[in-house]
Design a protein around this ligand. Structure first.
Ligand SMILES: [Zn+2]
Length: 403
């Protein structure tokens, strides 16, 4: 915490008045905010996930000369991927992740480097760099004050031969080649240091165990390293271990915001609208499960859930998966003893399935709906509503059944 605040203080002090302007503004969820000349954009969110895309921009303004040293390869379609994640999280949970995008081509700015290499002393590039990291700080502060902890996903694309995700936690390939015992000693250097300090699992388990990000991606059919079945990149294989954003905004320096750099292959994940949507849905499913297992939350939407519980005594969580086939899980929490009924309706308001009507004590409940009505007949494809009702309040979620 101290170190992070210290670094933040230094660069806020060094930078110009526009940083103060960024912080003075209020940010509405559902809106988009731009830095100068729209070089950087920020979509504020209300869930504990922050998505950053530094290398997908294509703007080449004449006022910023080309960078003369460092890497300039663009990560195609990563900006579009970040937007797809925003849509997928909203579709599945009703909440928005925070999104920060650089629209400048990497020849003009590399926000995933320290400012000298990033902007090469051009004042407009430096301003865009400062806005980019300023927006990440604003998002991180918002998540930390709302939820106490959170996660940054830094979205990249690689052109390596092996078609797998490379997940960077600031551990080199050489480190990952070591035994679990050795890897465990690197927890405090990693971008998930805070998570490791508060977990019952070993650090090696967190990065390559059964519930690691890599393992969860592989369950979604996307090859990933490190993971349960690919614990290290393997001898001589190229591997990106994380960069400036994971370093500065993850928890290696303190704070409770963890980070991972995800380098994705192109064909099948980034290359078409359909594939980006599938990839974004996989990222959503992975973090829904990850937050559930490692943060002890119902899923991505939990913070909102807690607020609602406080005001109404219960909360109905967005079903997962959604859309679904053949079944979906409906979860709800009760904070007091109360008569609760859960009923599913179709889009015309006709009752389809009476799930339960019971006196519930404090606790978490879940019901798996297999898409059948009260008569045991599978319902048609379409939109359905689950309504949870107490004597004084009700709450409805929208579910999409696909055959
Ligand atoms: Zn990149």
């Amino acid at each position: 915490m101290k170190y992070k605040r210290f670094f933040k203080a230094i660069y806020v002090a060094l930078c110009l008045a526009f940083v103060a302007t960024l912080y003075a503004q209020t940010y509405e969820v559902g809106e988009v905010y731009y830095g100068r000349n729209s070089y950087v954009e920020y979509y504020p969110g209300d869930v504990a996930l922050i998505v950053t895309a530094p290398h997908g921009g294509d703007l080449t303004p004449a006022e910023i000369p080309d960078r003369t040293w460092g890497t300039t390869v663009t990560d195609s379609y990563t900006k579009e991927t970040a937007i797809a994640v925003r849509n997928a999280v909203f579709e599945a949970t009703g909440g928005y992740p925070h999104i920060i995008i650089s629209n400048l081509k990497r020849t003009k700015l590399d926000p995933n480097r320290e400012i000298l290499e990033a902007a090469q002393e051009n004042q407009w590039a430096e301003q865009a760099w400062t806005e980019y990291h300023g927006f990440i700080n604003i998002a991180s502060d918002s998540v930390e004050s709302q939820y106490g902890k959170g996660f940054i996903v830094d979205i990249h694309g690689h052109g390596h031969t092996l078609q797998r995700l490379e997940l960077g936690y600031l551990l080199s390939a050489t480190t990952l080649m070591q035994s679990d015992n050795v890897v465990n000693s690197y927890a405090s250097n990693s971008s998930i240091r805070a998570l490791a300090e508060n977990s019952d699992l070993s650090f090696a388990d967190l990065i390559r165990g059964a519930n690691s990000l890599g393992a969860l991606f592989e369950e979604q059919g996307i090859s990933a390293v490190p993971s349960l079945f690919q614990p290290d990149p393997g001898d001589g294989n190229p591997y990106f271990s994380g960069g400036y954003t994971t370093q500065m905004h993850g928890s290696s320096l303190g704070g409770n915001i963890n980070a991972v750099q995800i380098e994705a292959y192109r064909v099948g994940l980034r290359d078409t609208d359909t594939n980006r949507k599938k990839y974004a849905e996989a990222i959503t499913a992975v973090f829904d499960e990850y937050f559930h297992v490692h943060f002890g939350w119902a899923g991505i939407v939990t913070g909102i859930q807690e607020e609602r519980i406080a005001s109404e005594g219960f909360y109905l969580v967005q079903n997962y998966p959604n859309p679904f086939n053949p079944s979906t899980t409906i979860r709800y929490s009760s904070q007091q003893t109360s008569d609760l009924s859960l009923v599913i309706y179709d889009i015309s308001g006709r009752m389809v399935k009476t799930v339960e009507s019971a006196n519930r004590h404090i606790g978490d409940y879940e019901y798996v709906w297999n898409g059948q009505d009260n008569g045991g007949i599978t319902v048609p494809t379409g939109i359905y509503f689950a309504k949870l009702q107490s004597p004084t309040h009700s709450q409805v979620i929208k579910m999409h059944f696909l055959k």
